[in-house]
Structures are given as C-alpha cells and as structure tokens.
Design a protein around this ligand. Structure first.
Ligand code: PEP
Ligand code: MN
Length: 354
C-alpha cells in the first residue's frame, strides 16, 4: 500500500471475526471478492477473548492463509495486533493494514509497544475506540502512533461502540456523540463504523450502518463469515458474503451536506448525547423496577407489607439533600421520585398478586 491511504467512499472492509481454517479463510475471501463491494479483508488471528476458555485464534499460521487469499483474490488484508511480535509477524506476512483492537487501545503500554514496532513501516493503521465511555485513550492511541512517525493519512478510526452495563439492546452501545467528538478532534482522519461489534446481532446491523452513513462516516468495518452460525467467535453478529451485499444494498450514503455549519454539527452531536442519556435513563428505570420486583418476591415469601414509609422518606431526603449539587429543584426531584415510586409499587403489587 502506498505512503498515504486513499480510498473510495464508502470504504468497505469485511472478513471473519476469527480466521479459523485455511478453507474457511479462502472460501470467505473468495466470496467477499466476488461481491465486488469489498475493498479490504479483515481477519483476526490472535483473538483478545474476555475469558480464557474462548477461542484464542489460530496464531501466525492464519497470516499464511490470509496472504494466500490475497494472492488468489487480489484483495489487501489486515489483522488485529496487540504487541510487537504480532506487528512483526503481520508485516512479514505482507499485511496491508493492522488494527488496534478495543481492549488494546485501552492499554497505553500495549499501544506504545505497537506504535514503536510500526515505526518506519508503510501499513495503514486502524484504531478502534477503547471500551470505556471516554475518548481519552482513543485519542491518546492516535497520538502515540503519530508520535512514532505514522502519518495521519495512514491512520483511520474505527467506532465499535462502548461497554455499558445497560446497552439499550446493543452489544456495545454506540454513544454516537463520543465518536463525533473524536472526529472533531481529528478532522482529517477517516472514520469507519463497526456495526458488528456495536449491534452484536445480525438483525440490528442495518440500522447501525445507516446511522453511520447519515453521520457521514467514511465506511464500514464488518464481520463476514462463509458459515456464520458455525463461527468460533461472534457467531450471532457475522453475516455471509451474500448477507453483506444485502446489508450494503440497504444503506443509503448521502453526500455530506456542505451547508452544514459548525454550529449545526455541534447541535447534532449534543442531540445525539441527549438521545443516549434518555435511552440510558429508561434502561436504568426498567432495571430499578426489576430490583423492586425482586424485593416484592422476597416480601411475599416473608409476609411483609409493600409500603415501608420510613424507608421511602429516607430515600427522598437523601436525593433532595443533593438538589443543589445536582442543580435540580427539590420540587422536580420529588415529582420524579413520586412517579418512580408509584410505578415501583405497581410492579411489586403485580409480583405479590401473582
Ligand atoms: C474484532 O474486530 O474482531 C474485535 C476483537 O473487535 P473489538 O476489538 O472491537 O472487540
Ligand atoms: Mn469479533
């Protein structure tokens, strides 16, 4: 790949979550190439799995299969790297791109090691956001790469969603406003959306991809497998190459509105943040009702009455006591808590009358 990474928008990077066997790699890449819609293959050979019992990847042999697929299809490829040894092996195998995965972006030691190992190379580097709901480590990773002499136009951002205890139906809720904030900080840098890790399931990919297109992302980074249901990792979110075509056909990429002023963009980002907060607020309320129901069950089993006035007075006083600090009026806090309490009692009643 050349010194600067040029591409036609939307840039579509696709491939299996994990490279599993030579046959799976060649078959998936052949079918992806036949779609004519994919510019680059992605494939994980070292997998950063949350639990040690998960499939950890095939290791270096997978690079040979990806290189063979490249010879056969002509498609460039990239792999996830998390340390210097990975970088050296990927470069030796002729990788055109390496990406820094979410868990690695969250670790400055690893990012620094990867950045140093990439010094002087000509590959393109994609950087995923770290899982925490903050862009500091994401931005820091970019700075470590540029600090190691990697030109800005060879770095691309990948937005893969953030870890949240309530995901609003997403595996990693997008928190779009954070990604837009990252774009604001690095205006010249391309940004891809990884709908696979945001959605976590095939049925929500199109919705996420369309939102990314509406927000003028530069393309998609999607997991595709020749037989997704038998995939050794992330089976629920991978699509077949035909499924990928269907997904891409469903997304409408509009030209960025040149009339969109800086202040309109700012308002859009803030609106996305409000949508995110509202979604989380109701997820929290639903979770709170679930806990109330649990209390209701315990009360029923032990013959205790629903309403315990003293306890409720304490709850209200506690929050009202923080009114000034929260910059909320005591009246508002009381009104909200009253509504929450009524709903909560209704949930407990349901459980007790069951
Ligand atoms: C992946 O792309 O397969 C992957 C491991 O993603 P993430 O780093 O976003 O979890
Ligand atoms: Mn994956």
């Amino acid at each position: 790949m050349s010194e600067s990474f040029s591409f036609v928008k939307p840039l579509i990077v696709a491939g299996p979550c994990s490279v599993e066997t030579r046959e799976q790699t060649l078959e998936t890449c052949r079918r992806l190439a036949e779609t004519g819609r994919v510019a680059m293959i992605r494939g994980g050979v070292w997998k950063p799995r949350t639990y040690p019992t998960g499939f950890q990847g095939v290791g270096e042999v997978g690079l040979e299969w990806l290189a063979e697929a490249k010879r056969k299809t002509g498609l460039p490829f990239g792999v996830e790297v998390a340390n210097a040894r990975h970088v050296e092996a990927a470069l030796a195998a002729g990788a055109d791109m390496v990406w820094i995965g979410a868990r690695t972006t969250g670790n400055p030691f690893s990012v620094q090691e990867v950045a140093e190992a990439l010094r002087g190379s000509r590959v393109t580097v994609f950087v995923k956001n770290a899982p925490m709901t903050d862009i500091g480590l994401w931005a820091g990773a970019v700075e470590r790469l540029t600090g190691a002499g990697i030109a800005e136009d060879r770095i691309m951002l990948i937005h893969r969603g953030f870890t949240q205890f309530n995901g609003g139906g997403f595996r990693n809720p997008p928190m779009w406003h954070l990604a837009l904030e990252m774009r604001r900080r690095f205006p010249g840098m391309g940004m891809l959306c990884d709908p696979s890790h945001i959605a976590g399931r095939r049925s929500r990919l199109a919705e996420v991809a369309q939102k990314a297109a509406d927000l003028s992302y530069d393309g998609l980074f999607v997991e595709s497998h020749c037989d997704p249901d038998s995939a050794l990792s992330d089976a629920a979110q991978q699509v077949t190459p035909d499924g990928l075509v269907e997904l891409l056909d469903s997304v409408i990429w509009r030209d960025e509105n040149p009339e969109h002023s800086e202040f309109e963009r700012e308002i859009e980002r803030l609106r996305l943040e409000i949508d995110q907060i509202d979604a989380q607020m109701f997820e929290l309320l639903a979770r709170r009702m679930g806990v109330s129901e649990e209390i209701g069950r315990i009360k029923r089993e032990n013959g205790v009455t629903i309403l315990q006035r003293k306890r409720w007075r304490e709850v209200v006083e506690n929050v009202v006591g923080r009114a000034a600090e929260l910059n909320l009026s005591p009246e508002f806090i009381r009104a909200v808590l009253d509504a929450v309490h009524m709903e909560s009692i209704a949930h407990q009643n349901d459980v007790m009358n069951r």
